[in-house]
Design a binder for this molecule. Structure first.
Ligand SMILES: Cc1ncc(COP(=O)(O)O)c(C=O)c1O
Length: 368
């Protein structure tokens, strides 16, 4: 079987150092907010080019607490993409605000700046773009709109650590960037984990308080917060992995070039605009006969996934928003056509070639 992702390969590669880092945590005993969490916060901030980073329990918490820190709540609207993982709109709902969807650019799968501008109303407070599959949303355009209308920007970087536009890394364009260290992410922990990045000292201070029960001084609480901590064991593991991230992203990009060359003439391959660095969390193609092709790949032992089969405006959780099929046609069309292929740094060239060959053969068969 060729899996879509294999999270065990990096452990095999780094076993000695990861085992040592974890045992060191067990021995030092500062299991909560320990030295590895602080060190990783500094290392991730430096890697991204942000001033501050604050570890939290997950990418979902990172988005949620970023919105809380901006005082976004009931009566407010936040514009996001309808074609993403549920956490993006869930975080907006969790603070009591209303998610307002703006359709995607069909070539990039990320939110369209034009659609954002059409969705802005008197209650709009923020834009929450998602760097889907590892491709940056068009941040220069989005930031220009945000500035014009006085809106905050919270970047969902869960799938895109290390992606950039003109060398500037995602997470540093808006007020906040939200990272996820979910195990299969490009920088994955061995459990849940997340981080909030910002360059504003007031906002960094606020999220530090919110993640620690709403207080800056122990046993003194100023507001309702949450308990959301990046675990010390996970931070120790991530510190071993972070120095390898760039080489892993380069390998993902090499695989993407290999897939592009093998598939470009047969189907729609991912788009990487000039000056953008796509980090290929997913290598996602478009296929009119997606379901039949996916079945055939599966019969030949090749795993592929559909991210995501139901756009967010059509999810039951958002039924109260009153959307119906046809409201966001590009997102709906993408949900019917996308297929993500095996993609991880340790994938071999041989495996990638086999996926490409079988995909081409499946296309030919399905077309008969
Ligand atoms: C686009 C996107 N946003 C947010 C999240 C939430 O991250 P987490 O699973 O760490 O809560 C994920 C991943 O799971 C994601 O893919």
């Amino acid at each position: 079987m060729i899996p879509i992702c294999d999270v065990t390969e990096q452990y095999r590669f780094l076993k000695r150092r990861i085992d040592a880092a974890v045992c060191d945590v067990f021995a030092h005993g500062q299991y909560i907010n320990g030295p590895n969490v602080h060190a990783l916060e500094n290392e991730v901030a430096a890697y991204l080019g942000a001033r501050y980073a604050v570890g939290v329990n997950s990418g979902t918490d990172a988005l949620h607490l970023a919105l809380r820190a901006l005082d976004i709540g009931p009566g407010d609207e936040v514009i996001t993409s309808p074609f993403t993982f549920i956490a993006s709109s869930e975080a907006i709902g969790l603070v009591g605000a209303k998610p307002v969807f703006a359709d995607i650019d069909p070539q990039r799968f990320t939110i369209s700046p034009e659609a954002i501008e059409n969705a802005i109303g008197p209650r709009t407070r923020a834009i929450l773009p998602v760097h889907l599959y590892g491709l940056p949303a068009p941040m220069p355009e989005i930031c220009r709109i945000a500035e014009r209308y006085g809106l905050a920007v919270v970047e969902d970087c869960a799938q895109a650590i290390g992606a950039s536009i003109d060398g500037r890394r995602v997470g540093t364009f808006g007020e906040f960037g939200a990272l996820s260290f979910f195990p299969s992410k490009n920088l994955g922990a061995y459990g849940d984990g997340g981080m909030i990045v910002t360059s504003r000292p007031d906002l960094a201070d606020r999220v530090r308080s919110l993640r620690a029960h709403g207080g800056r001084v122990k046993y003194h609480h100023e507001e309702l917060g949450v308990n959301s901590r990046l675990d010390e064991v996970q931070a120790a593991i991530l510190r071993v992995k972070l120095p390898h991230l760039e080489s892993w992203l380069d390998l993902r990009r090499l695989h993407a070039r290999g897939y592009d060359a093998a598939l470009r003439d047969a189907l729609v391959t991912p788009f990487e605009p000039e000056r953008y660095r796509h980090v290929y969390h997913q290598y996602t193609v478009r296929l009119p006969d997606r379901d039949a092709v996916q079945r055939r790949l599966g019969e030949h032992g090749i795993q592929s996934m559909v991210y995501y089969p139901v756009p967010l405006h059509l999810q039951r959780v958002h039924a109260a928003l009153g959307h119906r099929a046809g409201d966001f046609p590009h997102a709906e069309f993408a949900a019917r056509e996308v297929l993500s292929l095996p993609m991880y740094p340790e994938l071999s060239d041989e495996q990638r070639r086999r996926v490409s060959e079988l995909l081409r053969a499946s296309l030919a068969l399905v077309a008969l």
